[in-house]
Each structure stands twice: as C-alpha cells, then as structure tokens.
Design a protein around this ligand. Structure first.
Ligand code: FE2
Ligand code: FE2
Length: 161
C-alpha cells in the first residue's frame, strides 16, 4: 500500500501530538536504530503503519498509534551493550513500558502492545490483534530500515535498465 505522509494526517496527529511534543520522545531522534534510521523515525513509522492497518481493519486506532509510538521508548544503544539479542528483546520492551507509564496513562491494550512487541524473540504472546499488528509492523520496518541503502540501490539499478 502507498503510505501517505503522517505529518499531513490530522486524524493521526490528533492521537499522538501530545506525545510527539514531549522531550522524552524527541530525545529518540539522536539514537541510531537498525543501522540507517533513528529511534524516533522508526517509532513514528511503526505507529503510523499500524494505525493505517487498524483503520482499514476497524481495530483500535488510538491504541495502535500510541502503543506503536511508545514501543521502543528506551535510551541505551544495543550495539554498545554486552547483551545477547534475546535478553535485549525482553529487557527493552519492559523498560519502554516503564518509561511510557511515566509519560502517559496507558490503556491495558497499549501496555500489552508495548511489552509484547518482541513476540517471536520472546515467548510473551500478544493478547490483542493490535499487539500482534505492531509486532509484525515492527519486524517489517526493522528489515526495511536495515536494508534501506541496498533497496535504494536496487531501485536505481532497475530504473536504468
Ligand atoms: Fe523494540
Ligand atoms: Fe521497534
């Protein structure tokens, strides 16, 4: 699906503008994520894609937008940590939940979205469809972000054929 610009989507912005304005969210701009992205852009991408899918499937768009935005609200750089992937998967989801609870009142669904977003790497099974969607969208975005220079190169090569 063609993704519109989230900055132009007033319905979406209504749900997240209070969170976007917080320094705790803005701070994520300075943290690298998946090699070629930063944690703020990644979080907004996961939030907005999940929101759009929720709209299409008549799910809880507010929980998808907010939970998606807060799912990686942690500040350490995994690359510099002596932590294996499974430990990181479990630990950062719980740190994100804890940080998000300090920022805003979370619904049970929003809390589940955040803490279960690493389902697959952890055994914490999502309780809601919304949690599963954020987890899958997160995987898709992570792969896209990690491969982004290569994808650009492939597209350029295809154009010149
Ligand atoms: Fe994460
Ligand atoms: Fe993520």
């Amino acid at each position: 699906m063609k993704i519109p610009d989230w900055r132009q989507d007033q319905q979406y912005l209504e749900l997240v503008k209070d969170l976007l304005a917080k320094p705790e969210l803005q701070r994520l701009q300075s943290i690298k994520q998946h090699h070629y992205s930063n944690r703020f852009d990644h979080s907004v991408r996961v939030s907005y894609y999940s929101y759009l899918l929720g709209k299409r499937w008549h799910l809880n768009t507010r929980a998808l937008a907010r939970g998606g935005l807060l799912h990686d609200l942690f500040y350490y750089d995994w690359d510099s940590q002596q932590m294996d992937f499974r430990t990181h998967a479990y630990v950062h989801a719980h740190i994100a939940l804890n940080n998000a609870q300090k920022l805003t009142q979370l619904s049970p669904m929003e809390a589940d979205i955040i803490v279960k977003h690493m389902f697959g790497a952890t055994t914490q099974v999502p309780r809601y469809w919304e949690s599963l969607i954020v987890s899958l969208v997160d995987d898709k975005c992570a792969v896209q972000e990690a491969l982004s220079p290569k994808i650009l190169l492939w597209k350029q090569k295809l154009q010149f054929k």
